[in-house]
Design a protein around this ligand. Structure first.
Ligand code: CO
Length: 304
């Protein structure tokens, strides 16, 4: 009986908190609505796209960004395209070289000032990890502030099962032509302590149903290169092609994957008797991957 009473009290408190929360949101919407509509007139729809990448300090990564930029503008010729970068380490590093890149909140602030009403924000990240979560917080805060009439964040490369199927197709289409069936392809994902790290193993499981000598490892998560090496040794694989499973072939691809240090993937595999050849091309250099991001943008823009 006493427990029931306590439970009732908790419920009451919770309901009143929810009521206050709803009221605050309501007031915000009314204030924002009044500010955006001049004397009841409806604002003219002005759409824009904001592409958001992690960023890279490697000069060569610009190829990837330029490629996405070009493909996006070709797919949506009437919508202006803006860029922002989520990594503050990269932004700070480039600022010291005189290259000022916008953080998502800065880019959105500028776009709001320019009078855009509908913004399609497209994450160019690979999985729904930390960077995506942070970006989502920024987008949500603009939603609550009533900054735009509509602002929608598109999924990264691999978010749904449908995406995994498309990613597998893109990988199979773009592995080196000279690769023989008994040779391995090892993809290097970034990896993360975030729960979304599970996507890498999920991808490996599903791609191996189509080609059992393709492996997916990560630099900073699971599976690690040692796990992949064991799997390859068990299958007596003698040669492997190493490819980044990151949008740009940046620092991780050049050093951790293809570098000459003893702990690079190339060195570790070579030492284990697996001849390794690195392909320094990020996923954003291949149209088949870019099309997946563009498909996500199409879904967003269909809501405007
Ligand atoms: Co990293």
């Amino acid at each position: 009986m006493k427990r029931l009473f306590v439970l009732k009290k908790i419920m009451e408190r919770r309901i009143s908190t929810i009521a206050v929360f709803i009221m605050v949101i309501f007031c915000t919407i009314i204030v924002a609505g009044e500010a955006s509509a001049k004397h009841g007139e409806k604002k003219e729809v002005k759409k824009a796209i904001l592409l958001v990448a992690f960023g890279s300090s490697e000069e060569s990564s610009q190829i990837s960004f330029d490629n996405i930029d070009k493909k996006t503008k070709a797919a949506f010729p009437d919508v202006p395209v803006y860029w922002a970068y989520t990594s503050h380490i990269i932004r700070n590093k480039l600022a010291k070289q005189g290259k000022i890149l916008d953080a998502p909140e800065v880019a959105l602030g500028k776009m709001r000032a320019e009078g855009f009403t509908h913004v399609a924000v497209q994450s160019l990240h690979t999985i729904l990890g930390e960077e995506y979560d942070e970006l989502k917080k920024v987008i949500d805060s603009f939603k609550y502030m009533g900054g735009f009439e509509k602002i929608i964040l598109g999924y990264p490369l691999m978010a749904t099962q449908d995406d995994i199927v498309k990613v597998i197709d893109a990988i199979l289409k773009n592995i080196p032509k000279q690769r023989k069936a008994n040779e391995a392809v090892v993809l290097m994902g970034h990896g993360t302590p975030h729960p979304a790290n599970a996507f890498y193993a999920a991808l490996m499981f599903q791609i191996q149903l189509k080609d059992s000598n393709i492996f997916v490892g990560t630099v900073e998560g699971y599976p690690e290169i040692d796990d992949i090496k064991e799997l390859m040794l068990n299958k007596k694989i003698k040669k492997a092609y190493l490819m980044p499973f990151m949008s740009v072939a940046g620092d991780h691809a050049k050093n951790d994957m293809a570098g000459d240090d003893a702990d690079s993937w190339k060195s570790l595999l070579t030492k284990a008797g697996i001849e390794s050849e690195a392909i320094l091309k990020g996923t954003a250099e291949f149209d088949d991957f870019i099309n997946i991001w563009i498909d996500h943008l199409k879904v967003t823009l269909s809501h405007f």
